[in-house]
Design a protein around this ligand. Structure first.
Ligand code: NAD
Length: 496
């Protein structure tokens, strides 16, 4: 089924407008959309403010019911939406389906959360007083999302925001508007079954950078959750901060693995493959740097190269394909550029280059590359959004840890070891400086139950599980005096 047919199953179409959407699978046009302009963005934000006034008063468990219904729609349409993600983004079908599964999982999580938006009862120092911490809905939440997770990232934000009492305005990547339109259609079905959701509780703003900037500037939007490159975050964060808004930033990563002498190499190998070449290296958590102990370096490298040689690169809709296309020509050029620089900096490259050019003239399939480096040079410290794995050898564990942390990004990290001391050191305060640290698990494919996000240039935001919901709410400390006196805090006397 093609993109148009899938959209029509959802009762929507994307056939008019100036913006042409092309599939990275073959470069063919799969839809057209019209971008929002300033006036339409303004009126969508106004509608979101109206929706907020109604939604914040709906009891949270009832708000959870809407998210439960949305989860049902996603379950019923997982195959179709997953396929549309693959058609528009190029990730293999298994990963397209996995992305929709993540949406379902976060809906389930949010439904439970809707009965657990707990505050604290705090001991007051004054007699006859009660003090408590409450969480109130914050207001409209803008979600600016990246092309590589065209629907899951929105769901991580939206499912939480909705149970927290916040309407959502979604600015998807200009490269993947169709999956957003389809998701919005499913949400509308859930809202209809729910019966009493305010209009415009969830909206889409279509456009490129300018549309994201308009939302970032808008003082009516207290929370802007932005996922994308560090360059995007660097531009957006000061705009939100200048109006004292809250930005949840989920930016670039440069994730690493340390493979220690005691590691189970078969497990490490599988983890490396999925993390380094899965999604054609276009995950924020993709494995980009590999530190291998010198005693096992040659053995692991040989096994890795032999696995790379057997990778099935091809149409992501075909069963058996493990590596689909890059998103566009620019992504391929950036990969080529990074490999050229790595070579200049002393790297030894296996793989790389364009694949299947004769079959897919207007698409960009790349052979994943392994680059052996003798040191962590400038290019290794940068995120190149492509399947390039830089491999370095180490002798002392402490040095590996130092190098591991010596990059500007701090998203995901992992270690493969059977040595409990190494494992503990890796996750200790002086260990990995990333938001995610795994032992005997690759860096990508996080579960939704934990808080997701990273430090340093990754932006510091947390989304999804744990207590990430607090970023979508307004914290209030409320103190109630039920006595007949008015004692002042800190024992202050202020009598006439
Ligand atoms: P991108 O930065 O080009 O675009 C991301 C989104 O931001 C798009 O919707 C874009 O239109 C918008 N945008 C761009 N500049 C903006 C600005 N100044 N103000 C407001 N909006 C703006 O990123 P991309 O190429 O779509 O995605 C790849 C990047 O995203 C990688 O760096 C990857 O690591 C990162 N990413 C991070 C996470 C995470 O959770 N940390 C998840 C997915 C992707």
């Amino acid at each position: 089924m093609n993109a148009r047919e899938i959209l029509s199953k959802f009762g929507v179409e994307a056939t008019s407008g100036d913006h042409v959407v092309r599939s990275p699978i073959d470069g063919e046009e799969i839809g057209r959309v019209a971008f929002d302009n300033d006036a339409s963005i303004q009126s969508k934000v106004a509608a979101s403010v109206d929706a907020f006034r109604v939604w914040r008063d709906v009891p949270a468990p009832r708000r959870g019911e809407l998210v439960r219904l949305f989860g049902e729609e996603l379950r019923a349409h997982k195959e179709l939406l997953g396929r549309l993600v693959t058609l528009e983004n190029g990730k293999i079908l298994q990963e397209g389906l996995g992305e929709v599964q993540e949406m379902i999982d976060i809906c389930d999580f949010a439904v439970g959360l809707s009965r657990q938006l707990y505050g604290l009862a705090i001991a007051s120092e004054r007699p006859g007083h009660r003090m408590m911490e409450q969480w109130h809905a914050a207001g409209p939440v803008a979600v600016v999302s990246a092309f590589n997770f065209p629907v899951a990232v929105w769901a991580w934000n939206a499912a939480l925001a909705l149970v927290c009492g916040d309407p959502v305005i979604w600015k998807p990547s200009e490269k993947t508007p169709l999956a957003a339109i389809a998701t919005q259609a499913l949400f509308a079905r859930a809202a209809k079954r729910f019966g009493s959701a305010p209009d415009e509780l969830s909206q889409i703003v279509l456009g490129a950078r300018e549309a994201g900037e308009a939302l970032a500037r808008d003082g009516r939007i207290p929370v802007v959750s932005a996922t994308g490159s560090t360059a995007m975050g660097r531009a957006l964060a000061p705009v939100v901060a200048a109006r004292f808004g809250r930005a949840i930033l989920e930016l670039g990563g440069n994730n690493a693995m340390i493979v220690c002498p005691s590691a189970k190499l078969d497990l490490a190998l599988r983890a490396i493959l999925f993390a380094a070449v899965g999604t054609a290296g276009q995950r924020c958590t993709s494995l980009r740097r590999l530190f291998v102990h010198e005693s096992i370096y040659d053995r692991l490298l040989e096994a890795l190269k032999s696995s790379y040689a057997r990778l099935a690169i091809g149409n992501p809709l075909d069963a058996g394909t493990l590596v689909g296309p890059l998103i566009d020509a620019r992504a391929f050029e950036q990969m080529e550029h990074a490999l050229a620089v790595a070579k200049d900096e002393g790297g030894r490259i296996s793989g790389g280059g364009r694949a299947l050019a004769d079959r897919f003239l207007n698409a960009h399939y790349a052979r994943p590359a392994i680059v052996e480096m003798s040191a962590q040079t400038d290019i290794v410290r940068r995120e190149t959004f492509a399947p390039i794995l830089y491999v370095m050898r180490y002798r002392e564990f402490a040095d590996a840890l130092l190098e591991h942390n010596a990059v500007p990004q701090g998203l995901s990290s992992c270690i493969f070891t059977q040595d409990v001391s190494e494992a503990e050191r890796f996750v200790a305060a002086a260990g990995s400086d990333c938001g995610i640290a795994n032992v005997n698990i690759g860096p990508s494919g996080a579960e939704i139950g934990g808080a997701f996000g990273g430090e340093k240039e990754t932006g510091g935001g947390r989304e999804s599980g744990s207590d990430s919901w607090k970023a979508y709410m307004r914290r209030q400390t409320a103190t109630i005096n039920y006595s007949d006196a008015l004692p002042l805090a800190q024992g202050i006397r202020f009598d006439l």
